[in-house]
Write a new protein. Structure first.
Length: 159
């Protein structure tokens, strides 16, 4: 029996190393890696709360320690779906996901925002705008820069 189980686990490792949720969101800013100070987190939370009130769009940030055996793309998609970001029926949300250990990030955009926050704009944000901040361990500056780019793409301004 053990041999069959080991063979099965060997042949189907994706079942063993499937997506693991970091937990439920506690607001717009979810720092599971503890890289943001309490003040910075509160400031960013207020900014996104105000943005949601003004625009109706919902932006969320998830900072995790590591992806483990998941890709950044699949992890972001699964987390976006799990958390139900955006308004039901409008799908007007976006997730900025950062994995500290993997040095990876992604912006997952709901269908309702894809016309404004395109794949090209999301790519520019994660490839060009945020990395200089993160290279200097300025996670607050990097998250703020990402959110500014996301909000600007949706016709708003970061305040």
């Amino acid at each position: 029996m053990k041999k069959v189980l080991l063979l099965w686990l060997f042949l189907f490792p994706s079942i063993v190393f499937a997506y693991t949720s970091p937990g439920q969101p506690t607001g717009h800013i979810n720092d599971f890696a503890n890289v943001l100070s309490a003040d910075a987190k509160a400031n960013l939370e207020q900014t996104l709360s105000n943005y949601e009130t003004q625009s109706g769009n919902q932006l969320a940030v998830a900072i995790i320690p590591e992806l483990k055996d998941e890709t950044i793309e699949t992890y972001a998609e699964k987390l976006y779906q799990e958390w139900g970001i955006g308004q039901k029926g409008k799908d007007n949300g976006a997730l900025f996901l950062v994995s500290i250990k993997d040095r990876a990030m992604r912006i997952e955009v709901g269908y309702g925002l894809e016309g404004d926050l395109t794949d090209i704009e999301s790519g520019q944000i994660v490839d060009n705008i945020v990395p200089p901040y993160f290279r200097n361990n300025d996670y607050v500056g990097g998250v703020r820069a990402a959110l500014a780019g996301m909000i600007t793409a949706n016709g708003g301004a970061l305040k």
